[in-house]
Design a protein around this ligand. Structure first.
Ligand SMILES: [Zn+2]
Length: 235
């Protein structure tokens, strides 16, 4: 029985390793998706800055065309100045020219302001692009690391599964049945060490008589609290 228990302990260890790797492999897709999302966040930040810059450029062009439209009007009014007959008409024309010049001067002020904002947006955009590039490199590195670990895990998993099968074949069918039954009801670990009369599966004390019996390795025993298969640490 001692030998069979030792085999079960080995089987359990392999099984735990398999589960751990499977758990890690199960998280890979999620991790990759998180990295992709992070990159998308950077991309959308850049797109946002680009559309802000575009807005400024559009506003600038529209103001520029407003100012340009006023220029021929000013020239025309200036030409009329030479042919006016009365002082009143002359003053009216002068006022018209002055007003148009004022309008254009205000437009030019606005254009300057927009140019400044556009420059600031441009600076932000290049900063954003720099951050994006650094993030892209970092995230690609992280992905490569995950892929490397995943590849290793897959190989290790195949190896462990073979080991599991090999060890499994050396277990007595009755004992294996008990092991599987506990595993399906309680989960991992299905077998627990007992040290100083304490079950490592549930951390409860087992009765003294049972503890003594456990030292003899004569039969398969279960913890009265958690029902796991138990074995003495003197294995
Ligand atoms: Zn227990």
């Amino acid at each position: 029985m001692r030998e069979q228990i030792a085999t079960l302990v080995k089987l359990q260890a392999i099984d735990s390793d398999i589960q751990e790797i499977e758990k890690r492999l199960g998280k890979v897709d999620g991790k990759m998706a998180i990295l992709d999302l992070e990159l998308e966040d950077f991309e959308s930040a850049i797109n946002e800055k680009m559309s802000i810059r575009e807005e400024y450029q559009k506003k600038y062009r529209s103001l520029e065309s407003d100012a340009n439209m006023n220029l021929p009007k000013i020239t025309k009014s200036k030409e009329k100045l030479t042919s006016v007959k009365t002082n009143k008409e002359y003053q009216a024309l002068l006022k018209e020219i002055e007003d148009l010049k004022n309008v254009n001067s205000r437009i030019e002020d606005q254009m300057l302001e927009i140019l400044e904002q556009s420059d600031a947006a441009e600076t932000q955009l290049s900063e954003e692009k720099r951050v994006f590039e650094a993030a892209r490199v970092r995230l690609a590195g992280e992905k490569a690391d995950i892929e490397k670990t995943t590849e290793k895990d897959r190989l290790k998993l195949a190896e462990l599964q073979t080991d599991f099968q090999t060890v499994l074949e050396t277990v007595n069918p009755e004992i294996l049945k008990a092991f599987r039954s506990v595993r399906s009801r309680i989960g991992n670990p299905a077998i627990a060490k007992v040290e100083n009369a304490v079950c490592a599966g549930c951390h409860m004390n087992i009765p003294p008589q049972m503890y003594n019996e456990l030292q003899r390795f004569e039969s398969l025993m279960h913890c009265p609290q958690c029902q796991r298969i138990i074995y003495s640490d003197k294995l």
